[in-house]
Design a protein around this ligand. Structure first.
Ligand code: AMP
Ligand code: ZN
Length: 482
């Protein structure tokens, strides 16, 4: 294998992945804003991050993964105006912002557990890192990147020459971006807030979320948290930064400006972005009101694993179109997979131990190589899934020729691949044979030892009627669920 290739948004190319420090990888993912339930579009992006992380681990890397929880500063408009999304939710639900944040964080963490997403090594909450954010703004201030206007401290993008590099922005296009028209006091349309003043603190009114700072009482802008927390936990530069594609022109562009202007060095080496989940050709979004949650999926009788399977039907850089029909197809695919996996797992668990035959070893290595190549090619999950299906189909077709040890080696391959798929295969078919079946198999073996073929056949039929097939091999008897 030539090494993993990952598509880097910075260069718009697939690049061979080389971490900064040996086999250790620093990965930062922009996490949820916890004012509402995550929708399945958001979850597609987190599943992409999970696949990336699992793939890195599969290829032998150790991953330190940091994910932030945005619990302050994400305003309703990207133009740095409007109200904090959490405050609005608190008002609507008649709760404190802290209760809102705690509740939606908990639900988010439960949801990713259901999807078998490996939790990050570090969860970092924006409100736990106000001090670090203030310190970073102070550095930017000292270096001359900031200015003050009536509602806050802003980043002067005209002082940072690399500002357009990630999104390939055309800065002379004054109309581009949602941020252009909104704030008349800004010096450049692309400038963004680092610190916002509490709107009525001068009148003595308290806001639920506000902190003292060298510039006045207020709260951090949305982008500064990721710059402050990624440096704190991963250093600068770190290896990979992820998010959805909507983050390219604003949030990630601003993160780069803050971190790179402050430290004078690169923020992250590889920037990876997941495409949108769409519904009726429109991006699924909270504001568009066309969103579906994990609860809706479960209410219709589908499982989180069906959704995981569904997400593998498109490459992460392609749009994926959601419909209930498409999810039903994924459910069908997942059910077939579980059936085949169960059958192989049973065979591997219940077959007597033995060595692998040369033919099986050759077949297994061939498929292992195919799997690795597809995965290393910028995480081609639709292809790895197709490889898994063909692998299982061929195993099914060759069954009669298997020796006992073949089942075990093929099953080990399946488990190894599942470290990437994350279906949780080890739990399928984990049960030993039911006691009644074991006893029938034992009686049948005794009959065979006494060459009582009539009784042996009768017991075989009996076992089959209970849903298990019996295969006699030179190394013993395999019992496989039908
Ligand atoms: P938010 O909680 O709104 O900050 O979004 C969380 C993550 O979901 C971000 O990385 C977004 O880029 C991503 N995201 C938002 N909408 C979609 C969508 N329709 N499909 C895929 N990812 C999305
Ligand atoms: Zn971020």
């Amino acid at each position: 294998m030539q090494g993993m290739k990952l598509f880097n948004t910075l260069t718009r190319k697939k690049e061979v992945f080389r971490p900064l420090k040996g086999k250790a990888v620093g990965l930062y993912s922009c996490g949820p804003t916890v004012y509402n339930y995550a929708h399945i579009g958001n979850l597609r992006t987190y599943l992409f991050v999970d696949t990336l992380k699992r793939s890195l681990m599969y290829f032998g890397y150790r991953v330190k993964h940091v994910m932030n929880i945005t619990d302050v500063g994400h305003l309703t408009s990207d133009a740095d105006i409007g109200e904090d999304k959490l405050l609005l939710a608190a008002l609507k639900e008649k709760k404190s912002v802290w209760d809102i944040a705690a509740y939606y964080t908990k639900v988010f963490q439960e949801t990713i557990t259901e999807l078998n997403i490996i939790p990050p090594s570090v969860w970092s909450k924006a409100t736990d890192h106000i001090e670090e954010q203030i310190q970073l703004i102070e550095i930017l201030e000292k270096k001359g990147y900031t200015y003050r206007i009536s509602d806050g401290i802003y980043f002067n993008t005209s002082h940072f020459k690399d500002y357009p590099k990630l999104a390939r922005l055309n800065l002379s296009d004054q109309k581009a971006g949602a941020r252009v028209k909104e704030n008349k006091e800004k010096r450049n349309p692309w400038d963004f807030a680092l610190w916002k003043f509490s709107p009525s603190s001068d009148k003595g009114e308290k806001r639920e979320m506000e902190w003292k700072s060298p510039w006045g009482i207020g709260f951090p802008g949305w982008h500064i948290e990721c710059s402050a927390m990624s440096t704190k936990y991963l250093g600068q530069p770190f290896d990979i930064h992820t998010g959805g594609i909507d983050h390219i022109p604003i949030h990630h562009t601003n993160e780069i400006a803050q971190s790179e202007a402050a430290a004078g060095k690169r923020m992250a080496r590889y920037w990876m972005h997941a495409e949108f989940l769409v519904i009726d050709k429109m991006r699924m979004g909270k504001s568009a009101g066309n969103f579906i949650t994990m609860r809706d999926i479960k209410d219709r009788g589908f499982s989180p694993m069906d959704y995981r399977f569904f997400c593998y039907s498109a490459h992460y850089r392609q749009k994926l179109s959601f419909s209930w029909d498409a999810l039903a197809q994924a459910h069908e695919g997942m059910s077939n997979l579980v059936r085949d996996i169960k059958s192989l797992t049973h065979a591997a668990r219940n077959a007597p131990k033995g060595s692998e035959s040369a033919g099986t070893a050759e077949f297994r290595v061939e498929y292992d190589d195919k799997f690795d190549a597809a995965l290393a090619d910028d995480l081609n999950m639709p292809k790895t899934l197709a490889i898994l299906f063909t692998f299982l189909k061929r195993i099914h077709g060759m069954r009669e020729t298997y020796r006992a040890g073949d089942y075990q080696s093929l099953h080990r391959t399946l488990l190894k691949w599942d470290a990437v798929f994350g279906f949780g295969i080890e739990k399928y078919g984990a049960k030993a044979l039911p006691a009644g079946i074991s006893s029938l198999v034992k009686q049948r073996n005794e009959a065979r030892e006494h060459k009582d073929w009539k009784r042996s056949d009768m017991l075989r039929v009996k076992i089959e009627k209970r849903g298990y097939r019996v295969e006699d091999t030179s190394e013993g008897t395999n019992v496989i669920p039908l």
